[in-house]
Every structure is written in C-alpha cells, then in structure tokens.
Design a protein around this ligand. Sequence first.
Ligand SMILES: Nc1ncnc2c1ncn2[C@@H]1O[C@H](COP(=O)(O)OP(=O)(O)OP(=O)(O)O)[C@@H](O)[C@H]1O
Ligand SMILES: [Mg+2]
Length: 277
Amino acid sequence: MLFVYDELAERDTVNDAATCRVEIRNIHKAYRLNEQPLEVLAGVSLRAAEGTFVTVIGPSGCGKSTLFSIITGLQQPDRGEICFDGVALRQRLGTVGYMPQRALLLPWRRVLDNVILGPEVHGEDLTAARREAQSLLPLFGLEGFADSYPRELSGGMRQRAALLRTFLCRKDVMLLDEPFGALDAITRSTLQEWLLEVWQQFRHTILFITHDVEEAAFLSDKVYVLSARPAQVRAELAIPLPRPRQREMTLTPEFAALKQQLLQTLAENESAQVRGT
Ligand SMILES: Nc1ncnc2c1ncn2[C@@H]1O[C@H](COP(=O)(O)OP(=O)(O)OP(=O)(O)O)[C@@H](O)[C@H]1O
Ligand SMILES: [Mg+2]
C-alpha cells in the first residue's frame, strides 16, 4: 500500500503532452533576503521535445541556475510543476544528468575517479564504470589523462571531464549550466562543435544555459529568452538551421538575423528593466 501511495504522490498529474520529454509549467520561486521575499522566478514555462537542444539565456542573476536546480529536484518550486513525458514529478532527484555552473572536479581524485562519481554514488559496479569511462576518454578528448589530477588539466579539459562525469550519470536528459562560460573564445568554439558531435551521436535531450547569443543560436533547436529577475519568458525562438551545424553557418545572413533577434529581445529586456516594467 505504501508503495502505491508513494507512486501516486510522485505522479500527481498525467496529461497528453507525451511527446514532450521535459515540460516546465508556470514555475514560481522566491528566496528570502534580509527577511524579505526575493522573487526569482515569476511563472516560467518551457518545453523540450525528446532529443532536442534547448537553451535558456537571460541577464545575470535572473534565475537561470535556480530554474535548473529546481528541474533537477535539488529545490522545489513554490508553485508550478515539472513534467517528464507529460507526468509531473515531485521527487526528481536522479531523473536528469546535471552539470552545475561551478562543476568542480574533486582535486584529490584522478580524472577516471572523478568522472565515475555518478555510478559510485548509485552503488554501481565500479570496475564496469571505470571500463566504460576509460572507453569514452578519447571521445571526450582526455585519452592518456585517466590518471591525471584536475590541476594537471587545461581549463577546456576540466570542462570536458565535468561533462563526461555528467554523461556517465547515464540520463537521457542533461542540464548543462554555462559549461563553457569561463573559457577563451577559441577553446569555447572548439568545445561547442565537439558537444554537437557527441550529442549527434547519443541524442540526449539537452537543456543548456549560456549568456552568449552566438553560442545559443549555433547549438540550439530552440532558445528561451528570460527577463531580468523575477524571470519570465520574454521570447521563444526556434532555430531552424540544418544539422549537422558547421561553423561557417555562423557567417550566413540567416544566422546573423537569428542572432540579431536574440540580441534585440535581450536589449528590450534591459530597457524594460530600466523603465521598471
Ligand atoms: N540559495 C539561494 N538562496 C538565496 N538566494 C539565492 C540562492 N540562489 C540564488 N539566489 C538569488 O537568486 C537570484 C538568481 O540567482 P541565479 O543563480 O539563479 O541566477 P542566474 O540567472 O543563474 O545568474 P548568472 O547568470 O549570474 O549565473 C540572485 O539574486 C541570487 O542572489
Ligand atoms: Mg547561473
């Protein structure tokens, strides 16, 4: 009986949005700051169909990371629901793979032992996990570095190791919070192309956060632009560029127009903020 009750509690709503792998409905969230409520998310809704790449952009501090930490189940919203395949889940921990904004590798662990953290936490067979991780090192550009410590890696390699760690959680939905934020432009563009190749191969549903409109347009099928805090969705823009994407596409008028649209929405955002609307 208890099992049935728990399952019912977890799956409070079933609806017909079965084609949508992830659907966020009307999420509200406030923190407390100096005894006052700090409203962060004011009714955010978004949808990601299975196997698509969906990006969220918005001004710093608007609530993007908060939204992702709610989707993972690390926090609960004050209102709204998070659905997977049309089913609202209250207990979501372990449902998605999550690379937080500051995805720190454990400095005392070698690369291989860092990346198998997910299987280790879930009590899986570590020999098998190490074998799988080892076989994926070349794809993640880390061949030969299994026994290195994080301090012995470049910034780009550390990000790839953190991505491999997220990847090895073996979830078909992955949330990546500014994975390339701290990298130089060349490393960043190399990693974008590399991420698309990996994604092309495994077809996860990816939710991605960035500040960079070019990165958003280059990677995504769809981009949501959030307003300043408290965040609301200002625009939802489809990116109808063909795949596989090549860097040269960023030089086309079509790409420039998409980028312009995103920049304009962000700018409207800012002027609305200045006007206090
Ligand atoms: N755990 C928390 N407790 C209290 N306030 C928080 C907490 N986490 C975030 N905040 C506040 O919520 C707001 C949104 O933070 P969040 O990290 O979600 O923004 P963000 O859009 O990811 O910003 P950035 O682009 O700079 O990463 C900020 O004002 C922040 O101070
Ligand atoms: Mg953030």
